[in-house]
Design a protein around this ligand. Structure first.
Ligand SMILES: *Cc1c(COP(=O)(O)O)cnc(C)c1O
Length: 395
């Protein structure tokens, strides 16, 4: 049996006539920049995420970049974030000339640790307030602890940019004005940054992204920055860039959005099935070095959250050998991410590499993403777990 990490073909097959018609419609319209398709998707995504408005941008990376530029964050400023995420979270901070400031992640959910954020913010207040934004990442499709993060943001008066690139539709319980309701990723901070990279739960047929916000003034700045800060056309009060979402992508994404909840549900069913199969196989342990220990989404997840499983990630001490074994047996898997951000070579300063974030580094050394896409069959899920069982059996 062959189990790819991700197969986009079944999803395409189901929607192909609609997608082809939508793409043809945009081509025939000759309206190739922004326009109705983009506006309609912005409205749909804003409604879906429970945010005031959406601003279609060229990628998740450009959503983050526009978010930072629109706050006028630059040289001398610091942005507090996690060392365990996709590179773009840090890359955009560096591109505006600011410095990333890292704190470690929580051991049970791969997301930034609010208690360590509190310490960093307190220290920063003493040292003259250089932290100008906080970027929590809802990694793998599970919300960071937004209740705690937003309380800290209010206390220290620092805006929150949610990196929700992997978490469109993820929810967490969130108290506002004394009432607890489920809030969607990207609706709690000043803004949410989404990616439509094809491997995300809502993926385009190329690059695309969206920024959501309920702050009208901020939205206007982001919209302006999306188009070189031109207002009116050819008059530039700010620099901005070309961060526009392509209408072909918008038209395709609008079709797919109608199926997103069903796809999330299928991913969740797959995750539940994995958990059951791993338990039945006696393969679940603690994260601290037991042999035959599988941890990660098996035990840590779903405690305080509505996960959308962009990735299903286990932690195993013998990760690299297991990865090879799975690949040898035609099971797709991937390491997200093998190196923490503070360890990346592009950070020229030695002081970064001397930092230590034990939980993030442990995750980087032992995490492995398994196939979780919606159309997986039960036979395939059984085969993945059976292959892992054979690996441990063989020693
Ligand atoms: C995918 C991703 C991004 C970047 O999105 P692109 O659309 O690929 O530019 C940013 N942050 C995280 C956490 C991501 O997973």
């Amino acid at each position: 049996m062959n189990v790819p990490l991700l197969d986009l073909k079944p999803q395409l097959a189901a929607l192909r006539p609609q997608i082809m018609a939508a793409v043809t419609r945009v081509i025939d319209s000759t309206g190739y920049i922004l326009g109705r398709e983009v506006t309609e998707l912005e409205e749909k995504i804003a409604r879906y995420c429970g945010s005031g408005q959406g601003i279609g941008v060229s990628s998740g990376t450009d959503a983050l970049l526009a978010a930072l530029m629109s706050l006028e964050i630059g040289p001398g400023d610091r942005v507090l974030t996690t060392p365990y995420t996709f590179f773009a979270t840090m890359g955009t901070i560096l591109r505006v000339g600011a410095q990333p400031l890292f704190v470690d992640i929580e051991p049970d959910n791969f997301n930034i640790d609010p208690e360590q954020m509190a310490e960093a913010l307190a220290a920063d207040r003493q040292a003259g307030r250089r932290i100008k934004a906080i970027i929590p990442v809802h990694l793998y499709g599970q919300c960071a602890n937004m209740q705690r993060i937003m309380a800290l943001a209010a206390e220290y008066e620092v805006p929150v940019i949610e990196d929700a690139a992997q978490a469109i539709g993820a929810e967490c319980p969130y108290e506002e004005n004394g009432i607890v309701t489920w809030h969607r990723a990207g609706s709690m901070g000043l803004c949410g940054c989404f990616s439509f990279f094809p491997s995300k739960n809502l993926g385009g047929i190329g690059d695309g992204g969206m920024l959501t916000t309920s702050d009208q003034g901020y939205a206007e700045i982001v919209r302006s920055n999306r188009n070189h800060g031109a207002e009116p056309k050819y008059y530039h009060s700010r620099v901005g860039g070309n961060f526009r979402l392509d209408p072909i992508q918008a038209a395709v994404l609008a079709i797919k959005l109608d199926h997103l909840e069903a796809w999330h549900a299928a991913r969740r069913r797959n995750a539940d099935r994995y958990r059951q199969l791993f338990r039945d196989a006696g393969l679940v342990g603690s994260p601290v070095g037991l042999p035959q220990a599988i941890y990660g989404e098996i035990e840590g997840a779903e405690q305080h959250n509505h996960h959308i499983y962009n990735q299903f990630v286990i932690m195993v001490p013998e990760r690299d050998r297991l990865r090879q074994f799975l690949q040898d047996h035609a099971v797709g898997c991937e390491i997200y991410y093998p190196l923490c951000l503070h360890q990346q070579e592009c950070l020229r300063s030695e002081t970064y590499r001397k930092l230590s974030f034990p939980v993030a580094q442990q995750a980087a050394a032992s995490s492995l993403a398994l196939p979780i896409f919606p159309e997986l069959t039960d036979e395939q899920l059984v085969y993945v777990v059976e292959t892992i069982r054979r690996f441990y059996r063989a020693g």
